[in-house]
Design a protein around this ligand. Structure first.
Ligand code: ADP
Ligand code: ASP
Ligand code: MG
Length: 431
């Protein structure tokens, strides 16, 4: 007997037909095995694809300056609908199933509405229910704050709900079912020659997710790494003859030790670059003629930090002769207007000349643990982009990642060029 958490994303839950397909996958996982045992199965679901966007728009229409606590009440409803529908569909297939809303378990979170973090999950009642052979259906994305109100975890948060449930009940595996059959070397919707990875390390997946590979929410990977949850990414768009999840047809997220074993056994190749991701959701801000003296940069970034605006890339140009310099940085596009207003407000204190903003930018990142021990990954990137006339506006690096900022229109071209340059293209695919 194993204890399995299965998570189904928005595309998988979009409509009663697809929910029926999901219910069949769940039914098979929970069915009696040849050895006479049954798995204990908890399912975490997203809202139907597009539903959360629709609900967010309602909030904006109702009140442009909406109260995040009420926003959470509205947007959490999408998952309530799908969890009930899946429980109903499972019952129609003869399975014992019931839903557990975030406040019923409960999933305790901090108060930060619209971007809450899970603190812990009460699993006692859930475990008793699983022990009685009931399939638990849990809406992802939602929780309960200390002051008794509904919270949500931030967009894409159902992945994190699933990993948190898996950690809380000590699950043997957390299967994240989505609309692609695993984690690829890059978004398979952009590069037809992207290759599916049999395994990827937590560290690499964390970095890939944080730079835009939306297949898993970043926080879910961090939590899985911390709690040692075994995560598999696989497709829900499969027919009756598909390889069962227990045979691991998807991509496993593994520790570095497990990866080394896979490499030794010849099941994985060690590459310098494992994957490439892009992110079009950042915006660039340039402040011109900032005084070139101690404290000037702190005056820029302190007000942004206080307003919880995350600054990503930062470049301070070499000082001009008049003791002035230009400072360039990026912020999430959604925070651009707020950042601009804050900076204008602080104009006297900071002492810049102009603010120039640009939302038509994209960040392209190459990620791989192989970079730790191999020089030249960054220079290969710069050369490959230069050969296609793609201009680099900013650069950041970490131990296992190099990111560059480019014109948004060149995103797809840059990802393809780099995918080929690092030898990641699938060999058997026609050009
Ligand atoms: P869900 O609704 O199931 O949560 P998401 O849309 O959040 O699904 O994530 C799945 C999508 O992630 C895929 O359709 C794919 O376009 C995208 N994606 C981006 N990068 C990758 C990658 N490296 N591997 C696989 N999918 C990726
Ligand atoms: N429905 C939520 C969203 O779209 C959470 C999720 O699907 O993971 O962000
Ligand atoms: Mg998702």
């Amino acid at each position: 007997m194993a204890r399995i958490v299965m998570k189904f994303g928005g595309t998988s839950m979009a409509g009663t037909e697809r929910i029926r397909r999901v219910a069949n996958i769940v039914r098979k996982q929970a069915a009696l095995k040849p050895d006479g045992t049954r798995d204990e199965v908890a399912v975490v679901v997203s809202a139907m694809a597009g539903e959360t966007d629709r609900l967010v728009n309602f909030c904006r229409e109702a009140n442009a300056l909406y109260d995040p606590a009420e926003y959470d009440v509205v947007v959490a409803s999408g998952e309530q609908v799908t969890s009930g529908l899946l429980a109903l569909t499972l019952q129609s297939l003869g399975c014992k199933a019931r839903s557990w809303l975030g406040w019923q378990l409960p999933v305790h979170t901090i108060e930060a509405h619209a971007k809450a973090r899970i603190e812990d999950i009460d699993s006692e009642a859930l475990l008793e229910s699983l022990g009685r052979g009931e399939i638990a259906v849990i809406p992802g994305f939602q929780g309960l704050s200390g002051d008794g109100r509904i919270t949500t975890l931030g967009r894409g948060g159902s992945d994190t709900s699933a990993v948190a449930v898996a950690a809380a009940i000590g699950a043997d595996r957390c299967d994240i079912y989505t609309d692609v059959d695993g984690v690829y070397t890059t978004d398979p919707r952009i590069v037809a020659k992207a290759r599916k990875l049999k395994a990827v390390t937590y560290e690499e997946m964390l970095e890939l997710a944080s730079v835009g590979a939306k297949v898993l929410q970043t926080r879910s990977v961090g939590l899985a790494m911390k709690e040692g949850v075994r995560v598999q990414v696989l497709s829900s768009f499969v027919d009756d003859n598909a390889t069962p999840a227990d045979a691991l047809p998807g991509t496993m997220i593994v520790s570095e030790e497990e990866m080394n074993e896979l490499v030794e056994k010849g099941e994985m190749e060690r590459q310098h670059v494992t994957g490439i991701a892009h992110d079009k959701n950042e915006a660039k801000i340039i402040l011109t003629r900032v005084p070139d003296r101690p404290g000037a940069v702190a005056n820029i970034f302190e007000p942004l930090a206080k307003a919880s605006i995350n600054v990503d890339m930062i470049i301070q140009n070499v000082g001009r002769d008049k003791g002035e310099t230009d400072v360039t940085f990026t912020v999430p596009q959604a925070d651009l207007a707020r950042a601009q207003a804050l900076l204008e407000d602080q104009r006297g204190n900071i002492g810049f000349n102009r603010i120039i903003t640009d939302s038509k930018i994209a960040k392209i990142s190459v990620v791989g643990v192989g970079m730790k021990s191999h020089a030249g990954v960054a220079s290969n990137m710069f050369r490959a982009l230069a050969e296609r006339g793609i201009n680099i506006q900013a650069i950041t690096t970490s131990e296992i990642k190099v990111s560059v900022l480019i014109d948004e229109d060149e995103t797809e071209l840059a990802v393809r060029v780099l995918h080929t340059a690092y030898g990641l293209d699938a060999k058997d695919e026609a050009a």
